[in-house]
Design a protein around this ligand. Structure first.
Ligand code: SAM
Ligand code: SF4
Length: 335
């Protein structure tokens, strides 16, 4: 039951309590499912400033948003990102904000893990698609596995409440590592989610050829582990299982095979300040235009957020056989 007092309620009675904010479209990796080899990034003046990001998040949290996830692109490559986290962390004292989280590729965590915890970041999601250094390099095109593994260690030392790995599984690329990745999570006392590839933006491969459903991943895992369905409900596309005899949970993020829209509690803000009401649709409003025209008027911004609830669609309609459905890359939308 959603007991929040959020003032953001859509036409289907769903309360918005969760905002995902992409703070940069840039990244030090070029993961094959996320980006093209050659990417053109947004000109800096189109990207929200850190101050604008804080203002938007303050407005959301004053309206009752309880959970914020900072993502990207790679959030930790943005300059002065530690200042941003300090500011957003302080919203826990003055607004409805209860939980601050980040999704990262882990490449900068040895540098930032301690300051993120100090700023009030509760949980971290770290992407890890392979435990083989050569393959990790192929999938990320630029990433070094060792650096990310050191980042995971640093996150463990820093004392986040929980660390979760994210793995996008692709047929013929890393589907033979499904069990090894889960074992790695268990051995390190972490959770792990397996993500179905989503058709966001044009990439080099044909997505339907690499598509691997959560049901296939689950079937492989059940041969090696005893999994008990968990009651955890995030209001999102995730289903969780507890691995018997361990502290680890295994999640499945399945936008294709399991429709999750009816309990949707979230919205996204893109790098250039577009409030997206649904990941799989284009319904949006331009928050940047409002704050650049009326920089000191947080009430106007809040009213626009409330009004936007009128256009939150009932659900997405992804189809993996069409390519691409949505021309935005995940790095712009924020995963
Ligand atoms: N750079 C950070 C990272 O990789 O964790 C944060 C941003 S990334 C866009 C967020 C998540 O989206 C990652 O776990 C990534 O694997 C996932 N992702 C990116 N493109 C995707 C796609 N087309 N389908 C499914 N997941 C995708
Ligand atoms: Fe960068 Fe994350 Fe996209 Fe990989 S998934 S290219 S790390 S933004």
């Amino acid at each position: 039951m959603n007991t929040s007092t959020s003032q953001l309620v859509d036409n289907f009675g769903r309360k918005v309590t969760y905002v995902r904010m992409s703070i940069t479209d840039r990244c030090d990796f070029r993961c094959v499912y996320c980006m093209d080899e050659e990417m053109t990034f947004m000109p800096r003046n189109q990207v929200l400033s850190l101050e604008e990001i804080v203002l938007i998040l303050r407005a959301f949290c004053e309206l009752g948003v309880e959970k914020v996830r900072i993502t990207g692109g790679e959030p930790l490559v943005r300059r002065d990102v530690d200042w941003l986290f300090e500011q957003v962390g302080q919203l826990k004292q003055t607004t409805a904000l209860k939980e601050l989280t980040i999704t990262t590729n882990g490449s900068q965590l040895t540098k930032y893990a301690d300051s993120l915890v100090a700023a009030g970041v509760d949980r971290v999601n770290i992407s890890l698609d392979s435990l083989n250094a050569q393959r990790f390099l192929e999938l990320t095109r630029t990433g070094k596995l060792d650096t990310v593994l050191s980042g995971i260690d640093a996150a463990k030392q820093a004392g986040f409440k929980r660390i979760k790995l994210n793995a996008v599984i692709m047929k013929g690329r890393n589907d033979d590592e499904i069990v090894d990745l889960a074992q790695f999570a268990i051995d390190h006392d972490l959770d792990i989610s397996y993500i179905e590839e989503m058709p966001l933006g044009q990439v080099t491969h044909q997505r339907h050829e690499s598509f691997c459903s959560s049901d296939e991943v689950l079937a492989k895992l059940q041969k090696s582990f005893e999994l008990h369905p968990s009651v955890t409900n995030t209001g999102g596309p995730s289903r969780y299982y507890q691995v018997a005899g361990t502290s680890s949970k295994i999640g499945f993020i399945s936008p294709h095979s399991h429709n999750f829209c009816e309990s949707c509690n979230r919205v996204r803000v893109t790098t250039e300040g577009r409030l997206l009401l649904c990941l799989g649709q284009e319904h949006s409003i331009d928050l940047r235009a409002i704050i650049r025209e009326y920089p000191d008027d947080i009430e106007r911004l809040k009213q626009a957020m409330i009004d936007s609830m009128d256009i939150k669609p009932e659900g997405h309609d992804f189809d993996i056989k069409e390519q691409p459905i949505i021309f935005r890359h995940m790095s712009v939308t924020g995963g």
